[in-house]
Ligand binder design. Sequence first.
Ligand SMILES: C[S@@+](CC[C@H](N)C(=O)[O-])C[C@H]1O[C@@H](n2cnc3c(N)ncnc32)[C@H](O)[C@@H]1O
Length: 316
Amino acid sequence: MTTPKTSYPKLPRVASSGDLVLDRRRDWAMAASADGFHQAAAEIYEQILERAPFWAMAWFELGQAREKLGDRPGAIAAFESAAARDPDGLLAADLRLAALGARPTPAAPSASYIAGLFDQYAANFDQHLQEMLEYRGPALLRAAMEGACDKLDRPFHFDLVHDLGCGTGLMGHEIWRDCDVMNGVDLSPKMIEAAQKTGCYHTLQAGDVVEYLNAAPAAQAALVIAADVFVYLGDLAPVFAASARALEPGGLFVFSVQSGEGADFSVGDDMRYAHSADYLLELAALNGLSMMSLEKVSTRKDSGAPVPGLVVVMGR
Ligand SMILES: C[S@@+](CC[C@H](N)C(=O)[O-])C[C@H]1O[C@@H](n2cnc3c(N)ncnc32)[C@H](O)[C@@H]1O
């Protein structure tokens, strides 16, 4: 059966317009962008969109090209067009619009954006993060936890652990020998598949961290840990409340964030959230958590420069 040209499937079309010629033109536009020819790229996208105005991805990439050209109003218009054609938020145009100051900062990106992003990334994640971005989150979080355990004069051993946004298992691999039961959760099924292969986890679940924690038994976890995950969550109030609920008295809540100033949380050009230290302190107080250490440290680089961050240990 042939599909008539007009019966396009429901939006958004992410990787394809459904028309091979337009898809090929998008390849040219992407190549032009990669070589720094943003004007040429923008013109190709504009031509594509005359024929395929439904193509959310092309609107999004036009927005990126216009941003590179310093055309803020044009970029905003293109990202708004992408958002309007992407009801599931697969492209997270709302994050770009927030970064441009054109929309309020969303509380969180859509689950479909996070799952799609990390499903694509899963196969190369460890190599890219550790070699290109010099990611050292797991070692830094472990060192901060060791410091907290020394202060508390308690052994570095945890009965029940929840690894939030476990990804491929880099954090779990760093501490699994010191845990009796370590469970992981992640929105990306492909990251979960990779974590499974480490053999470090007792259970792994594809899902959202807050839903997962709220379904976990209350007051039983010795450790709730989230390495480089809260950069994908703006409003941390729900995950703080859910973590405090899951932790046993004396349990540790350990995580990293990108540092932000002023606002409780904001979205940067990198589409990641940054959080202020005052906001973390406020949420700790609201949830009966005490601050044990808050260290200014960078867990990774971006374009060769260290990204300012915080590594935090709180106690229940
Ligand atoms: C940068 S990776 C970090 C993975 C791992 N913790 C590590 O240190 O290597 C962020 C992970 O958080 C997951 N994630 C982001 N938001 C999430 C959410 N709301 N619920 C569950 N997982 C989430 C992503 O799918 C991704 O695998």
